[in-house]
Design a protein around this ligand. Sequence first.
Ligand code: ARG
Length: 578
Amino acid sequence: MVDPVDALTAHVQQAMGAALGAEYATGDPVIRPANKKQTDADLQVNAAMALAKKVGQKPRDVAQSIVDHLDAPELIESVEIAGPGFLNVTLRSQWIAQAAASMLGEAKLGTQLPAQETIVIDYSSPNAAKEMHVAHLRTTVVGDSLARTLEFLGHKVIRQNHLGDWGTAFGMLVEHLLEVGEGSDEAKLLTTDPNAFYRAARAKFDSDEEFATRARARVATLQGGDPESLRLWGEILDLTKGYLRRVYDELDITLTDADIAGESSYNDELDEVCKTLEDKGIAVMSDGALCIFLDGYTGRDDKPVPLIIRKSDGGYGYPTTDLATIRRRSLKFKADRALYVVGAPQNLHFRMVWEAAAKAGWVQGTTPIHVQIGNVVGTDGKILKTRSGDLVSLQSLVDAALERAASVVAESRPDLDEQTRATIAHQVGVAAIKYADLSVSHDSGYTFDLDRMVAFQGNTGPYLQYATARIRSILGRADAVEFNGPIVLTEAAERALALRLLEFGAVVNQVGQTLEPHRLATYLFELATTFTAFYEACPVLKAEDAAVRDSRLALCKVTLDTLVQGLELLGIQAPEQM
Ligand code: ARG
């Protein structure tokens, strides 16, 4: 066991049982980091205060009897009772050293794997034949980090890219494809510049009455299942997949074609979804539309807000498909948790859909969770929009970051050849974007400020990458092949670094529970800063003797592995050199 909190928990529980009675052996000892302003201890145990009431003793007496029964000489250096009755615990440096050394060469780096769950993650989920915009950047980056982290924790992760691939716009898109010709350069725009294709189709639709009539007729044949219409529609999707692959490759996102489960994949289920809801009396006809009215959802005028699941023209909409998504994810995929990584404004939609689905019995053993994504704003504090009022495209942001990264790397490493520099610049640019996104909580907004994001200093992705490159260079100069310690902690900075390393597993577990990758980002930044303090205080290659040097090299190695692994969970690559 590597996490000192876990280790101490087990011992304190044993002491609580022995001191107060067996029923107390499973209580939460409430262990927190010690208050560094008041003590040099490492951890603080707060259980005595709550227990005192239950057992009718004074908190300090309870604290004393826990201490009297605490038997863990290998873990605990000293305990002191403080304040109203909390325990300040100083850990044995030797225990910390051994725990840190046990992380060497260990793939999970001390992470205790929780019971395996099946977790469905709906993320990225852009719309076909349209360019991804800035909001999709965040759902893509956050969702991918969650997918990577939950997989690392041993869960079975099912990625679902809920592509918007159905709806009335496809009539116009199919007609436009026919006019420009399949295989034409205009058609290929769907892969390179989908907005251009969409805009051209839209312009014709708005200006050419005859085209518009054909487009509407095409919607009907398409939805009626006409094979030729479906084939042309499929062509549009194939080209769209090319676009998505390009974006995902460029950003190192783990989504593949196989993860696409677009809106259209639910088409065959929507009749049945509506029929069942109507049969069960959950949905009712209102003004020609099939609607669900749920308690507690009222609009401004106190009128109930309906969830419309079949419009008066017989068409299905966004809510209908999402009733089908939760049904499939719960009943077919048997998800323990179903994550929807989607913009915060859609929260009402999801709450209503899930409540309706639960009434129908379609949420069984599944916790649906909306991982709410906040806005990205510009340095002027406003939502990022182009001059024409559209949301800024994802590609333009990525291009800007890559360009900035290229000039930063060109400046810092003029000695490297162009190819190497280009590789590093790409890794740095992607890191800048992803880290800016992941280092703030996913539901709050963040400012897209390239200067700050790409900087090698401060709480940035490139700073963390730089920290790994620096450690690699130390290890590279050590002319050792294996870094296997043993670790001996004598200096305060060594001990602080080792303790920090031991937190990695707990932090990753926490991200798996709270679905908040920014906790990992914060941890990695603290680890990098703790490393810097260590490196400033403790010479490594020039250490006073061989044993100290080996120990410090081993600390460097675990730090490197932890940073690299942590960055990987954020979807960020660590360059070999920077
Ligand atoms: N395509 C939608 C958008 O661009 C997001 C879909 C999210 N997933 C879902 N199951 N509704 O806003």
